[in-house]
Design a binder for this molecule. Sequence first.
Ligand SMILES: O=C(O)CCC(=O)C(=O)O
Ligand SMILES: [Fe+2]
Length: 256
Amino acid sequence: ETGVVGSDYVCSHPPYKPLLVSASPLVIYLEGFLTAQERSHLKAVSEGKFAHSAVTGDGKAARHVARTSQSAYVPRDAVLHCIEERAAAFQGYDVVREQLEPIQLVKYGVGEQYHIHTDWIARPAEQVMHATAEGGGNRLSSFFAYVDVGNETTGGGTQFPLLDAPKNEAWCTRGLVDCDAPWTDGLTFRPVAGNAIFWRNLKVDGDVKTGVNEGDYRTLHAGLPIGSGNKIGLNIWTREGILSEEARGPEFYPDV
Ligand SMILES: O=C(O)CCC(=O)C(=O)O
Ligand SMILES: [Fe+2]
């Protein structure tokens, strides 16, 4: 599990380009969010760590039919720390790194997919581990970044069936959005290594009485099946509040 960066590694953020996709729900496309070096490092440190895992919130470690991909958590080394900093900073001064769940990698082979779901937790907080205010609350936002996409990869898009595809042709010609899909399928991003999608999971106008921000169903999405090739993606989920040290895991691994 040795990575590709040496002990002389210094965190530096690439000049990624944010492109607004939707104002409500808030969806922002981030071109060049991960560098080539970060992507190679993530691939190297996650090798051999992938396993079929449960979908958060169902409380049991059974393999879930909704998700045939494999997941891996990687230690928070200097590179991960750097990516966490970037993800927190993007969300303004009111979001701190301690609100981020440990970064999760997901790997898909041919035919593997993640059926339609929301990243926010739909069940009452009391029923779901860690979703209580003390546990960090619900998932405020998501980043899904493409870490590795094989040259021959077909399929594997990230589909938001309830959103409209942006109108400008540039999204199609630049290969960011799948414009061959029927418009009734909503919005499908093509997997492009290094790029990321950011969206807000919760509605902004919380319940006046309870102060609870409801999950926004318009953020329903799926990882479409891979036709050929493979895909590795990365999830960064930001909670409404600070996560416990237990949920965050060790803050820093000295070895890069
Ligand atoms: O694979 C994708 O395109 C989306 C994955 C996803 O939504 C997730 O892991 O929560
Ligand atoms: Fe998701």
